[in-house]
Design a protein around this ligand. Sequence first.
Ligand code: PMP
Length: 484
Amino acid sequence: MVSDGSLLVRTLCVKSSARNQAERGEHGVEIGPRLYPDAREGDAGSGGATIVAGVTTSTADLAARYRKVLPSFLAPYYPEPISIDHGEGSNVFDLDGNRYLDFFGGVLTTMIGHSHPAVTAAVQEQAAKVMHTSTLYLSEPMIEFAEMVCDASGIPDARVYFTPSGSEANDAAILMATSYRKSNQILAIRNSYHGRSFATQAVTSHSSWKSTAISGLQVQFVQGGYRLRSPYRDLPDDEFTSACVDDLVQLLDMTSAGDVAAMIAEPIQGVGGFATPPDGMFGAFGKELANRGILFISDEVQTGWGRTGDHFWGYQAHDIVPDMLTFAKGVGNGITLAGVVARAEIMDTIDVLNFSTFGGNPLSAAAGIATLRTVQDEDLQGNAKAMGERFHEAMQATADDTPWIAEMRGRGLMWAFEICEPGGVEPDKARTADFHEACRRHGLLVGKGGLYGNVVRLAPMLNVTADEMDEGVAALQAAVADVS
Ligand code: PMP
């Protein structure tokens, strides 16, 4: 963690929810404490405390309260969890006044920086006008954002259906594909994650995240881009792709009833540990799918909006235009916002009423417009490419020289380190936890993931600066040294 004494004093005296804009400098930096008249210093427990009018909240209190009211399948990172009080740009600050460089963005969701002035202003302005209308009425923010998304999607004659989350977006895509094709057969990729809902669990293969095998869908999983654990891993790129295509063809010929509805795939598997296939692999799949009328759904929940640097959408690395794409996470920069884009003929296959109460909510749409406009106007895809290359150049040698890093993989601003027993591919979950904790000690927030929980994942903000990137690299290298 990066300690800043003066910040600690200030944070001790401020409750974030009461913090008002006037107390912030031009870029949202606090310029002075707001002292509450009867604030008193309380027991900070194992962490610091936020003290407001006699109410004391400590990190330890929050951890205990979290455990009491949230389900056991939810768990905060770190044995001593971090409480995030507020954020600014690439940084977050905890209740104890510690600053952390955030290279995970709450799972790739804060995409252009915490408290981004344009997004904050758009949300505040919209909240003061009207917060909810539903699709029963015309709402300019929703329509404007829909136009921007359809335009950016690359899908011809596009329509977008908004949902609150990625799971619901994928669910809707599966509903549309199965209705359009009148088939319940779906293909997905091994090591995939597509959401927590009943239908999306069926197309999720990642066993740590698959809570049921019960489904009305018939799903088959094909070989894909998780190369380190693929039977084809030693093959060069084009042969690797051919082997995966052969597997797909064999599966279709030998095991399906011949009328498969769709394949759903993440261009880079997110939860699966940023498993990155060779460029062109999904295009090669797509030819076989198109021959049989099978739709291709690109799950862009993690890879969309320029995150991969070389492309605006992950699918664009594969010489394919998907029939449908789904998005969520980053485009609201933290506000719930997701959806599915499809050609009109596919979307309009739903010929009864279908309605998502919060889908296209004006508050979400306002956040989406501000975020997407910033990404486009400031060429954040270009920044993702440049900063991604900077990171790659700075870290590859460290990864190569570290025997327990089995692989460094990714592109743009999605990078992962798979951690294994030195010299092999036996997952080393304990060392992954140590490395994750060491990053935190050095002031860097990163994520975990991968099939065996043995992958450390980094996804800096799309507008991360060179200085921030260098700070992150230094922290990461110090953490590697600690764990070696
Ligand atoms: N698809 C992918 C690729 C994801 O990474 C996620 C979330 N991790 C989802 C779908 C589900 O999104 P949500 O959590 O918003 O339902």
